[in-house]
Design a protein around this ligand. Sequence first.
Ligand code: URA
Length: 262
Amino acid sequence: MAPNKSIDAVKALRQNLQTDALLGAASVPVSMTRVAQRAAERAASPSEPSGRTGTTRRTGDKAERLRRLYEDHVRNCTLCHLATMRTQVVFGQGNPDARIVFVGEAPGFEEDRQGLAFVGRAGHLLTAMIERGMGLKREDVYICNVLKCRPPNNRTPSTDEIAACAPHLFEQLRIIEPQVIIALGAPAAQTLLNTKDSIGRLRGRFHDFYPSGSALVGNPIPLMATYHPAYLLRSPWEKRKAWEDLKRVMERLGLPIPEGYR
Ligand code: URA
């Protein structure tokens, strides 16, 4: 191999190992000590960008508005036939005053059982992306789905189901008003951006999401589309692209990117 090519190959391998270490391939023996240490320091320091101060009242208002949305409109929702098949609705959970909201597709088996979003295998990878990759705590962000009920056999949500359920998601996003939304996978990105473009085309750049539903009303929230963690479990070689997407979000929010992972 020519010297330049071998240097490129070593660099690519190093980047892949780092991406795997950050996004949850436990078999890769790369030390995470420095990343974990930084996350701990950030959590302990309220003046760091990931911390938020002086928001107790607002957070309380948002928590109450989310609670009312859940109680009055979602908990006993029968707007589509998935209501007859669910164990319970999966509303979403996390910090009502989060800077980042992650939006997935729909609850799976484990989510339907526990009533919580992203608690199965894909959820474990999402947690690694948030905590090991972004240096945040899962409780600091908000996590929810386009559909609040599990489709049978985890099939892709139908157009009718999305049409019935998406207003709940839009209202959640209007209440939380995050600084960035991360859409995980095609159904989330396509629903929020009202497009049929593939996730391969949508990912990797910021889009404008209008919480009002109209580009003529209100300010947009930046939305980053990226691959769904379940897809990353099936296609681990795509993790590097997902990590690039997360780094763009971190840069936008002024979150420190660990040295060596820039
Ligand atoms: N996949 C999703 O899209 N959402 C979940 O909550 C779990 C798996």
